[in-house]
Write a protein that binds this ligand. Structure first.
Ligand SMILES: N[C@@H](CCC(=O)N[C@@H](CS)C(=O)NCC(=O)O)C(=O)O
Length: 211
């Protein structure tokens, strides 16, 4: 019997949960899409019901799973968007771990309370750290051929996660990080379009969300 799935994350399309939501949607796997407010999250944190005090979490029947990448792998597996071949799966994992690492690089500037230090950290990210990461990602994309995907011949969790990660980085919501960040990387720009125009992704974005 198909387990009951409940994916809990804030109401924004960040890479830590949105690709898992989209994968389940594309795979036509029913799930409860729970989007708690900050207050509800703090209550969950206080009561100790979050294994590591953070979101996302995924409930599979009565088993709670935490950690974004573990959740993404599970959702990818049940939706057919995670390779069954061990080597292709490892190539997919590589991109998932890279998303975590790039996100961690933003940590110091996110936590900084000193505006000058924050601006300096962001400048370093925009001019040095992110371009270095993006160049390496561009090379990994090219190494898979010219089909526009990171792994194999079709959309995987790696594509959904890098798409949302880069969409966030260049989305204009991070002070000091320019929206033209991807311009020197035509492969990654093309990848943003390929994933954004994937029929399953378009169907998710244009779905009826009225209650
Ligand atoms: N290692 C965790 C990190 C999760 C994480 O940083 N979650 C953030 C939201 S994006 C969170 O819950 N922040 C609130 C807090 O830590 O109090 C994962 O991979 O899921």
């Amino acid at each position: 019997m198909t387990p009951a799935l409940r994916l809990i994350y804030f109401d924004f399309p960040f890479w830590r949960a949105e690709p898992s939501r989209i994968a389940l949607f594309i795979g036509d796997i029913p799930f409860e899409d729970v989007r708690p407010s900050r207050e509800e999250f703090l209550r969950m944190k206080r009561t100790g019901e979050l294994p590591y005090g953070q979101l996302p979490v995924l409930d599979v029947d009565d088993v709670r799973i935490a950690q974004s990448v573990a959740i993404a792998r599970y959702c990818g597996k049940v939706s057919g968007l995670y390779p069954s071949d061990a080597l292709q799966a490892a190539r997919c994992d590589e991109l998932l771990d890279t998303a975590t690492q790039i996100t961690q690089d933003l940590g110091p500037s996110m936590r900084s309370k000193d505006p000058e230090e924050k601006a300096r950290l962001r400048q370093n990210l925009a001019q040095k750290i992110f371009p270095r990461w993006l160049g390496m990602l561009e090379a990994r994309l090219e190494a898979n051929g010219d089909n526009g995907f990171f792994v194999g011949e079709s959309l995987t969790m790696a594509d959904l996660i890098i798409w949302r990660l880069l969409g966030w980085l260049r989305g204009g919501i991070l002070d000091g990080i320019p929206t033209d960040l991807l311009d020197p990387f035509p492969g990654l720009l093309g990848h943003q379009e390929t994933v954004g125009q994937h029929p399953g992704v378009v169907a998710w974005m244009t779905r009826d969300t009225t209650p």
